[in-house]
Ligand binder design. Sequence first.
Ligand code: PLP
Length: 429
Amino acid sequence: MTNLYSDDHARTLDAADSLRDLRSEFLIPQHDGADQAYFVGNSLGLQPRGARAHVEEVLDKWAMEGVEGHFTGQAQWMPYHELVREPLARLVGAQPSEVVAMNTLTTNLHLMMVSFYRPTRERPAILIEAGAFPSDRHAVASQIAFHGFDPATDLIELEADEPNGTISMAAIERAIAEHGHRLALVLWPGVQYRTGQAFDLPAIVHLTHAQGAVCGFDLAHAIGNLELQLHDSGVDFAVWCHYKYLNSGPGAIAGCFVHERHAHSDRPRFAGWWGHEATTRFRMGPQFVPTPGAEGWQLSNPPILGLAPLRASLELFDRAGMAALRGKSRRLTGYLEALIGDRLTDTLQVVTPTEPERRGCQLSLRVTGGRGMTGRSAGRALFEYLAANGVLGDWREPDVIRISPAPLYNTHADVLRFARAVETWRNAA
Ligand SMILES: *Cc1c(COP(=O)(O)O)cnc(C)c1O
């Protein structure tokens, strides 16, 4: 029988990994002179080595050319956002005109709701998942109030119905059917940040549209993690950030998808000069004529220094291909799950669904006990022990450690290191 916990086993799995060379494209934080086992790509992805060169290129161009940098040479700033458009479109399964990098996630969510949340007295409601990321909840609640409606009645939060706090497709179906006549918008996560549960986007879109409502997604934890087909799924709009699995740096510029069917939308929008059609923008006329597609929602000229690291990251996603990355991700996370199942079930309970198609790379692990402690205190103690030993996950109150093996840079050896550290902690009573 294979010993899952042997170094040889992890080494063999890593040697068979066709994407193993990509790790060397990243700067891995160090701990006691060795690479950290870094499992927090769901919070801040690691720096691609190429990011510095792209940022320096912008700084150099600015130093040497000043304003001329907008119009001269390679990677000129005026069309700079086009450098990320096609790779982004490939990554999310969109047409290039359906995506744009701009602003930050929560800003884009508000801009999208300005256009796509149009409540009426008959249909004022928004459906989200209970326990949504606070920023999303603040955004939807404030939009509801902004339109003169009441979040207490018009923000519908679907409670988890499965034992681990996850939500069944049947529950989503029931909620959309029950509230359908009152729903203006369903805003759903691609992957829920706390549980790591992945959802069936096309099915949710289908159910929502059947009730005459709009369907938008927050893909903060899905982009660069799942294979997405936003266009074919019929998603109306989607927003995401680029600092998690997209490795584009703290506070990186965010992303936005608007389906082609809305490319020429005359829905209300908050407009800015950068959303005006590019060919006539510099006539500086008073009338707003939107660029067809997602770029028509831009407000300002984009931060070129913010786009530069995203270029470096997207080059790596293109090199690997999302299908291959997802394949590796299933194997890595499957290995993590197997290691827990083999020896650690008395300490860790996997909250995330076990079916690979219902999760991304992250496993949310509830700490059930250890070293004579229970719940929260055991969890905190284990989390701190791991960090002190160069194994970085993240902590979610009251008792969950999230571990997200990122297929671009994590290895089976990293995953084994995590499991061994948990075992050592537990055994040292
Ligand atoms: C990370 C994350 C955010 C963060 O929002 P910012 O506007 O980028 O600060 C919002 N929503 C979800 C679901 C997230 O995972």
